[in-house]
Design a protein around this ligand. Sequence first.
Ligand code: PEP
Ligand code: MN
Length: 284
Amino acid sequence: MPAYTLASRDASPPRPDTTVQIADGVVIGGRAISVIAGPCSVEGRDMLLQTARGVRTAGAVALRGGAFKPRTSPYAFQGLGEAALDMLAHAREVTGLPVVTEVLDPRQIDLVSRVADVLQIGARNMQNYSLLAAVGESNKAVLLKRGMSATLQEFLLAAEYVMTRGNHAVILCERGIRTFETATRNTLDIAAIPILKRETHLPVLVDPSHATGKAHLVTPLACAAIAAGADGLMVEVHPNPERALSDGEQSLTIPQFDEMMRRIRPFAGVLDRPLGAVALQRAS
Ligand code: PEP
Ligand code: MN
């Protein structure tokens, strides 16, 4: 028996794919390919709204945006914190897109949960077991990113930490791992996708932005991820990447994101998978 009992697909009969409902009418996993997009960091109300509208029109089903940022340097922009949460709430109100945002510390969970539809656990916190246990006790879906040096076994055991606390709404996200290669920020582990799809029933997303660190590599790897069986993508988009306060180099402009959505469509089509769409019932 594998060590990750709850996350495992192994059962008789094998467990079918889990779908995670993150908001009314928005489901991650299952047949549809779901794309989550937005800025690395929420930098202001206008840029967030502009990005949210742009990615929604292009076909994203959820808005990402960091309020609390886990930066490598303590001198780098750390996020706008609570003010950014208010901006995310406003962007959801206007566009109808559910919100995915990172939580860095168990003490932030209540505050972030007032706004977030999905709590993101970043790569640097994948093995922060007290944080995993704490989100495991929340009633929000959890997007768990693979640690940059984590094996797939360790990744699945991290998901298991969340699930053992009762929260089974876990979405996995491969975001590249550290290798000797320096041409890219990380190395996208394409094999992780079919391995995870075989090992676990949880939805598997790919983040080609952090996996490469370069905007021109995002679309090719997004196509590769869909072709390899990913259930969706998480992509960084900024209205003006050159002026971004974090991760500008890997951020797509809104037109580039629209183009990426067009380019992944045939790969989804070959696999007979529709691109997820959010009901555009609210004001634009
Ligand atoms: C992010 O998605 O904003 C992020 C910080 O990514 P990661 O945790 O994968 O580095
Ligand atoms: Mn980022």
